[in-house]
Design a protein around this ligand. Structure first.
Ligand code: SF4
Ligand code: SF4
Length: 291
């Protein structure tokens, strides 16, 4: 079994369209949506969930203003600088800075702090027309997307082992944050989707640096909408060549890609004869024969 992770240095490069198009041509595959912060693969895959699981992402501390005597002990102990005076001069906890270590709860002499469980994230196993899909939904304000990515990947691996699937195909998150890092460990191949723009090239450089920090990780690339800016596409090709990253496909711009998404179809389903679809088929035959 081989695991492929499709990543992009930034959002909006067409990563999900590429994943869905590959899903139409790959067989014996289990799919995984690692973009848990902004999951959208389900819009094309139209999953029918067979399992639903609640995911515990940690604790957040909360001060009870009725009990708090404003002694400041908790503020002195918080290593994450999450406890501050608010506009009314009272101490409060910033939930975005609180790491849920629960130290403040233990040191408060007046039992004025309690820790609240955060478990509004869910992950699912689903049947789809392409094969099994493991995907997730993060609740509002929830964190720990890296841990959630590791969970969905773990389940995808189990499903692949149980069913004897040959491939796990991950639609990864954009960027180089903790969800991207959690997507990389243990994967066999990264397919970078790059768009020909200055920011696309800049973010691809950062993504490649991240990939190179993982030993034995193979990285290949494709340029999406390569014909929209031939000068930048050429710069990207030079960058890939200098860094020994094989360029496996140049996908042309096609306005039908958006129409396909709106119809909840992959581009290969929507327009099988388009140049985009032909390039995807060729890309899959190169990947499946070489890796
Ligand atoms: S340690 Fe307890 S009483 Fe003291 S400021 Fe913090 S919450 Fe309030
Ligand atoms: S739980 Fe930990 S990180 Fe959060 S406010 Fe308390 S001491 Fe700070």
């Amino acid at each position: 079994m081989k695991e492929i992770t499709i990543l992009s240095g930034k959002g909006g490069t067409g990563k999900t369209s590429v994943t869905a198009a590959l899903a139409s041509v790959a067989s014996q595959a289990v799919f995984c949506d690692n973009d848990v912060d902004a999951a959208d693969l389900h819009l094309i895959f139209l999953p029918e969930n067979t399992e639903e699981h609640r995911f515990f992402s940690g604790y957040k501390a909360l001060i009870d203003p009725e009990r708090c005597r404003q002694c400041g002990i908790c503020e002195d102990h918080c290593r994450f600088d999450a406890i501050h005076l608010n506009a009314s001069g009272r101490l409060e906890i910033n939930p975005f800075q609180c790491e849920g270590c629960r130290l403040c709860e233990r040191v408060c002499p007046y039992e004025a702090i309690r820790s609240v469980r955060h478990d509004h994230n869910f992950w699912y196993v689903a049947n789809t027309r392409f094969g099994p899909l493991v995907h997730a939904r993060m609740g509002p304000g929830e964190e720990n997307s890296g841990k959630l990515v590791s969970q969905v990947r773990r389940r995808a691996r189990e499903l692949a082992q149980e069913s004897g699937a040959e491939w796990i195909i991950n639609d990864g998150p954009p960027g180089i944050g903790c969800a991207a890092i959690a997507s990389l460990s243990g994967t066999d191949l990264v397919l970078m989707v790059i768009e020909p723009s200055r920011s696309g090239l800049h973010d691809a450089r950062r993504l490649l640096e991240l990939c190179q920090s993982f030993s034995k990780l193979k990285v290949v690339a494709l340029i999406n909408k390569y014909d929209l800016n031939s000068q930048l596409s050429h710069e990207i090709e030079t960058f890939l060549e200098e860094n020994h990253v094989p360029l496996l496909a140049r996908l042309p711009f096609d306005s039908e890609v958006v129409a396909a998404m709106a119809a909840s179809e992959s581009m290969v389903e929507h327009h099988p004869d388009a140049a985009f679809s032909a390039s995807i088929k060729k890309l899959w035959s190169v990947i499946s024969e070489s890796f």
